[in-house]
Design a protein around this ligand. Structure first.
Ligand SMILES: *Cc1c(COP(=O)(O)O)cnc(C)c1O
Length: 459
């Protein structure tokens, strides 16, 4: 069924063969590329990627959820180019520079109130590691060294380094490394697909919060932190849940003296409709429908992926002053001694600043609300398709399951999507859209109509 290769020019085939010989590709069984070839990409522009034959592909998953404002965005490119003429990098221990200071100040302004201190790394998994280490170290510095365990949600994903894997509950990524990982407990996921028949998403979320409370009651003396993906569990297959769970988690963690780590690596930067997903948690003094509240403040907020608009690797862990103060003292050993070579890289910080500028200048969150409404409207035939289950949407994320007889649905769907000018990368039998925010109505029309065609063919 895959004929894509035949009309590619020679240099493309060549690149493919060289890649298979020299590059070990991530998240892949390399042998599968014998039947489902890699796609060599020549260039990108806006929401589109182009191969060497000039064929185009709509990047409906934002290149693994990182790209917010399109490929080769002129404004982000200009900012990086400007920075290249000034300072490409300097170590951040003992030194500082304008882009990292500015970025920290602006994130402090934008983030849930109280998160005044920014610690930088280069990728999401490292941000998870930092939050876990900082949390346990905080308790140690505060005379509670016994608090060094963590909990996460069922089907959680927080990265794949060994520490991050210990709070990741996706069997595919974990099984081979089980013996290397310090086992941590999970609590019930409020994913509304798991609700009982007739039970509302909110009622189910509250029931899961009771499960969390029971766990905290029993284990809080050993627990440093609860780590959670706010509103949407991405790698679980875009599992979505009611924001009341975040409110209850915030309340319960405070009550039982356990940190709350919000992993907004995927859902931050506007993806769920607000700049940060935590903003959507109803605060206690206000009704659920209250608009404009700033939601909950976690003890740690992890950001990465979209923070540089998808240009350069950068992550940041933001935390509260009280936590920062617990490390502040005369002894080197009470300080937080974590370090990465490229911490706070100036080029990446400039890309992040340019990304924040675009949010402000283009009123992106409002524009996205209109785009989401448009996509939901045109998606009716897809949503109502006989093979489509659990249609769901949060902000600029859409997902649904496909009832399909195909055994290797993931590869079939990926390949068929490419034939239809789409980059889709299903998780199991879940198809999701996570498009760049610059997607326009014509592109959304194409995304929906071609996906409908794919679903028809595979169901
Ligand atoms: C992608 C992701 C990570 C890991 O980020 P990497 O940069 O891939 O290491 C962690 N948590 C969540 C929720 C993610 O989606």
């Amino acid at each position: 069924m895959i004929l894509r290769m035949s009309n590619h020019p020679q240099n493309n085939t060549n690149l493919l063969a060289r890649s298979l010989a020299a590059v070990w590709h991530p998240c892949s069984q390399m042998k599968h590329y014998e039947h489902f070839p890699l796609l060599p990409v020549a260039r990108g522009s806006g929401a589109w990627l182009y191969d060497f034959g000039g064929k185009r592909y709509l990047d409906a998953v934002s290149s693994w959820w990182v790209n917010l404002f399109g490929h080769c965005n002129p404004r982000i490119s200009a900012a990086i180019t400007d920075q290249l003429g000034k300072l490409e990098h300097v170590m951040l221990a003992g030194f500082t520079h304008e882009p990292v200071v500015q970025l920290s100040e602006r994130l402090r302004e934008l983030a849930p109130v109280g998160l005044g201190h920014c610690f930088y790394a280069s990728d999401g998994a490292s941000a998870t590691e930092i939050a876990l280490k900082m949390s346990a170290h905080y308790w140690r510095n505060n005379g509670k060294p016994g608090k060094m365990q963590f909990i996460s949600l069922e089907n959680s994903y927080h990265g794949e380094t060994l520490g991050a894997l210990s709070v990741t509950d996706v069997a595919l990524f974990r099984t081979a490394y089980g013996a290397l990982i310090r086992q941590q407990a999970t609590v019930s996921s409020p994913d509304w697909r798991k609700a009982a028949a007739g039970e509302s998403a909110e009622a189910y979320a509250l029931r899961c919060a009771d499960d969390l409370e029971q766990h905290l009651q029993q284990h809080h003396a050993q627990l440093a932190a609860f780590i959670i993906e706010p509103l949407v569990q991405g790698a679980a297959g875009m599992a979505m849940y009611h924001p009341v769970y975040l409110q209850r988690a915030r309340q319960l963690c405070a009550e039982y003296d356990v940190h709350l780590i919000a992993d907004e690596i995927a859902v931050g930067m506007g993806r769920t409709g607000t700049l940060f997903a935590c903003e959507q948690a109803p605060t206690l003094s206000r009704p659920t429908s209250f608009q404009g509240s700033k939601g909950i403040t976690p003890d740690f907020l992890c950001l990465s992926k979209g923070i540089t608009g998808g240009y350069l690797p950068l992550s940041v862990v933001m935390t509260r002053d009280e936590i920062y103060q617990a490390f502040y003292g005369d002894e080197m050993t009470s300080g937080f001694l974590h370090s990465h070579s490229y911490t706070g890289n100036p080029l990446a910080c400039r890309a992040a600043l340019a990304t924040l500028d675009i949010f402000a200048q283009d009123n992106v969150l409002d524009a996205n609300r209109n785009k989401a409404a448009y996509l939901n409207e045109i998606a009716t035939p897809l949503r109502e398709h006989r093979a489509v289950r659990n249609w769901r949407n949060t902000g600029m994320i859409w997902a649904f399951e496909v009832e399909t007889p195909q055994r290797n649905f993931v590869q079939q769907c990926f390949a068929l999507a490419l034939e239809n000018e789409l980059l889709l990368r299903p998780i199991g039998n879940t198809i999701y859209f996570m498009p760049p925010y610059i997607i326009n109505e014509l592109e959304m029309d194409l995304l929906v109509s071609r996906t409908l065609r794919i679903v028809n063919e595979l169901s």
